[in-house]
Design a protein around this ligand. Structure first.
Ligand code: AMP
Length: 283
């Protein structure tokens, strides 16, 4: 079983001598309830580094007041098995008090439209929580490489911006979206879905795939592509669209009428009370 560590001091005491021996360290930040998507990040890290640290921390500062912080699945025992099977070395599972010892806070915040568009519109404090906790994890582990999933595409762009702006010397490794056979992007939140909602949610990946095909065939109109995706999703009666939007990469710059390659086509859609996100790169 991968070794589970709960304090910053203990983790640092384990990692420091290994780094002094020249060993490389991969960090995989997660909120637990690990699935095959997380495992793909851990496997990539285990392949490229001598040591892999997987953090399992449901970070309170990235949840808004009416979000699912309390309900978020916590499955540390089975997470340890996933980490072990994927080749991870250490699981870092700190308490909230360990990560946020004082009520007075130091925030790390990326400002500008990059954190205000897409999920930032309905989750105004989310990315500030993410960049703050990831900075803490970067400083605790001082990894050679850090692994993130393209599933959270806006998070990737925001973290890349933070790393660039703050001159952080860590290689950012971005892994493709891991999907179920149905096409549904794996997510810890999929456990909230009923059978019928889960079946209905396959429309998300199907509509993104259609959009990519249309883009490749020459349909580059922002309006046409967005409408096409919205129309297909709306036909599914259990769906409730929050957004379907497209921004230029890198950095999520605004597009006018034409989609330029590469661009990110991203969506957030509710099925019942469950909010799902998915995306595809148009290129
Ligand atoms: P989370 O536990 O949801 O915060 O996710 C931890 C990391 O795993 C993030 O970098 C996510 O983007 C990544 N991740 C989550 N789901 C998937 C997936 N289906 N495919 C690839 N990466 C994923």
């Amino acid at each position: 079983m991968a070794t589970c560590i709960h304090t910053v001091e203990e983790l640092r005491n384990l990692i420091k001598p290994l780094k002094a021996q020249g060993k490389t360290v991969g960090l995989v930040p997660t909120m637990g309830a690990l699935h095959a998507g997380h495992a793909s990040l851990i496997e990539a890290s285990a392949k490229e580094n001598d040591i892999t640290v997987v953090s399992v921390f449901v970070n309170p500062t990235q949840f808004g007041p009416n979000e699912d912080f309390e309900a978020y699945p916590r499955t540390l025992e089975s997470d340890l098995k996933v980490v072990e099977n994927a080749g991870g070395t250490y699981v870092f599972a700190p308490s909230a008090k360990e990560m946020y010892p004082s009520e007075d806070m130091t925030w790390v915040e990326v400002t500008g439209d990059i954190t205000k568009v897409l999920c930032g519109r309905t989750r105004p404090i989310h990315f500030r929580g993410v960049t703050t906790v990831v900075t803490k994890l970067f400083n605790i582990v001082a990894p050679t490489r850090a692994y993130f999933g393209q599933k959270d595409a806006q998070q990737v762009e925001v973290l890349k911006r933070m790393v660039k702006d703050m001159f952080i010397d860590i290689q950012m490794r971005i892994m493709p979206i891991n999907r179920e056979e149905s096409g549904l992007a794996r997510s810890s939140r999929n456990t909230y879905l009923s059978e019928s909602e889960k079946a209905a949610a396959t429309v998300l990946s199907a509509s993104l795939k259609d959009a990519l095909e249309a883009f490749k065939k020459g349909e580059h109109s922002l309006k046409a592509i967005s409408e096409m995706v919205k129309e297909k999703i709306s036909k599914e009666p259990l769906s409730n669209i929050e957004y379907v939007e497209c921004y230029g990469l890198p950095g999520l710059y605004p597009l006018e009428n034409e989609i330029k390659a590469p661009s990110l086509l991203a969506l957030a859609v509710r099925f019942g009370n469950t909010r799902l996100i998915d995306n595809i790169i148009l290129e």
